[in-house]
Design a protein around this ligand. Structure first.
Ligand code: TEU
Ligand code: CA
Length: 570
């Protein structure tokens, strides 16, 4: 069925390529070792050169940086380390002048404990801000267990002596959860969102927005209950609070419906079956959601089988993306990502960062991200093939998640070496090492001491080096972006997976108005013979190849290790 049978509503954010910048690690302008807004401003022409349409900035609001900005102490001020509101205005104008939109990170499941609301709330039980947060009076006894992702004891209730009460924090003890039951709190959030929209931003990425509704009876939740109802996962339980969709509809009614802004939910705990509850246009809630079903798959067997015996398989990987695409094929819209600030580098996780394969597999993964159906979220640094830094020692890490989990395992006399081995693969700091601009000191990121160690591969993995190599990962990224924009079938075209049980090749067609392309991706380090099924159409010209040659006879391709091919089908 050609795609023009589907009445797809065209939207700017459906046609866009989104580039995510982690400001702390992108470019430092004042040699304090921390990236900042002026640093990003100094690199606007580079960002423009990529051909992307939207920049998603991780949080830049005032924060004590317990969780690198995901603990906000003033939602309408800029983090001191990042600069001033004037710098923000200059950055926004600089992006808009280059026809690039700006999406900000909305972190409203929790605030910092240094936010004035929490400073007030913990003063007394009758403080006007008390109900901006979730409290449990100690005279009721200990509150029922709730898991915290970042607490050294794994406990989400923290005792606060001043008012002889406990407060709830799903993340660190310095990230108290906001009480969305309170209409006054919700109005404060909506007013803040309007403040930023009136400043001219173009949308929000909504941090763990799925967690904002809590069952305020705080019932006892047993592991058996989690196993029976939430696949044993606290994340899944947290993501199904009783009033979540009421709040999402209210956010849309009170704020989003009044402006042309885009929204994307960080969809922790949400399965494909629930996708349309969030992104079906008729629901009038959000535009997009990104899921974790792909990134939560096990690790590559050839590299880390010992870490995850169930391991990932390409067949499972393909099933995830095909399942999610199917859910939003007719209504709603999808997203595609493999890397972000919470993930290890996609090259190390899903490709192969060995010298022999790093360029080919980087380009292959980029081809996947930019030929799938749905808005691609591309993480800064992946366009030059940055890889995991694989720290050996806990002292090398800065991420509160790694540091606190280490402490927790130490308290429990657990296997610290096993944990550190695992962090080399999945630790979030692998994706947060400073951007590599050139082969000068500190990779051109800072004239000071970088806040996080720079990957030693920066001598050759850097923008300057790759600008002069026409076959570089960087030039391939630009080519792939350009190709996506030149072929409407790669944006709005239907997606159909081919040979889904193939253990090494991910192949699919994209079709719009009877124009079809076939994408073939070799996810393995082997040469694989692949017969493009004639039902997909007869193979015509090769539109893009991440390697120099293409061995084919009629519709049989000898795909080299990590080869990516896009061919026109007649
Ligand atoms: O991440 C939430 C999230 O994805 C966690 O539920 C995830 O499972 C956890 O990081 C384990 O890997 C968002 C932000 O993206 C993240 O950077 C913040 O640390 C977190 O929320 C708290 O704001
Ligand atoms: Ca700085």
């Amino acid at each position: 069925m050609s795609n023009n049978d589907l009445d797809i509503q065209k939207k700017w954010w459906k046609e866009a390529v989104i580039y995510q910048i982690y400001p702390r690690s992108f470019m430092d302008s004042n040699n304090d070792g921390i990236g900042d807004l002026k640093g990003i401003i100094s690199r606007l022409d580079y960002i423009k050169s990529l051909g992307i349409d939207i920049v998603w900035l991780n949080p830049i609001n005032k924060s004590p940086n317990d969780d690198n900005g995901y603990d906000i102490s003033d939602y309408e001020a800029i983090m001191e380390e990042f600069g001033t509101m004037q710098d923000f205005d200059e950055l926004l104008n600089g992006l808009h002048a280059r026809n690039i939109k700006l999406v900000m990170d909305l972190v409203v499941n929790h605030s910092s404990d240094e936010h004035k609301w929490f400073v007030e709330a913990r003063k007394s039980r009758d403080n006007p801000y008390r109900d901006y947060y979730h409290w449990w009076p100690a005279e009721k006894g200990k509150p029922p267990f709730r898991k915290s992702f970042f607490d050294v004891n794994g406990q989400a209730w923290e005792y606060d002596a001043v008012t002889n009460s406990y407060y709830l924090h799903y993340f660190s003890v310095k990230q108290p959860d906001l009480n969305w039951e309170n209409p006054k709190l919700r109005k404060e959030i909506y007013d803040m969102m309007k403040f930023w929209i009136r400043k001219g931003i173009d949308g929000f990425r909504m941090d763990v927005i799925t967690f904002i509704s809590k069952d305020i009876n705080f019932p006892t939740i047993t592991q058996e209950y989690l196993d029976e109802n939430y696949n044993g996962s606290w994340t899944n339980y947290y993501a199904h609070g009783p009033k979540l969709h009421k709040y999402l509809k209210e956010i849309n009614k009170e704020v989003l419906s009044k402006y042309d802004v885009m929204t994307v939910a960080e969809g922790a705990g949400i399965g494909a079956g629930d996708a349309l509850k969030f992104v079906d246009e008729d629901m009038k809630k959000l535009d997009m959601l990104y899921h974790f079903d792909g990134t939560n798959l096990g690790y590559l067997p050839n590299q880390y089988k010992h870490m995850d015996p169930n391991g990932y398989s390409l067949v499972a990987f393909k099933e995830v993306y095909t399942k999610w695409n199917k859910k939003v094929a007719k209504k709603g819209w999808g997203t595609i990502y493999l890397g972000n600030h919470d993930q290890p580098r996609m090259l190390s996780r899903w490709g192969n960062d060995a010298t022999e394969y790093r360029e080919a597999s980087s380009k292959m993964l980029t081809t996947f991200l930019l030929t799938m159906r749905g808005t691609p979220y591309y993480y800064a640094g992946d366009e030059i093939g940055m890889s995991n830094i694989r720290f050996d020692k806990i002292n090398d890490y800065r991420d509160i998640e790694t540091l606190n989990m280490y402490e927790k395992i130490k308290k429990e006399n657990g296997d610290l070496q096993y944990f550190l081995d695992g962090q080399k693969i999945s630790g979030r700091d692998n994706g947060r090492t400073p951007f590599q601009w050139d082969n000068t000191n500190n990779a051109g990121f800072t004239g000071g001491t970088p806040w996080l160690t720079i990957n030693p591969d920066c001598k050759t993995v850097n923008v300057a080096y790759e600008e002069i190599d026409p076959d570089s990962v960087l030039h391939y990224f630009r080519k792939m972006v350009k190709l996506r924009k030149s072929l409407p079938e790669l944006v709005y075209g239907s997606y159909k997976t081919i040979d889904k049980k193939n253990a090494n090749i991910y192949a699919y067609t994209r079709t719009l108005n009877d124009r079809s392309v076939l994408v073939m991706l070799n996810f393995s380090d082997q040469q694989i013979s692949f017969s493009a099924p004639v039902s997909a159409g007869s193979v015509d010209e090769v539109l893009l190849n991440n390697l120099q040659n293409c061995k084919a006879h009629k519709n049989v391709f000898q795909l080299q290790p990590y080869q990516a091919l896009i061919v026109r089908l007649l």
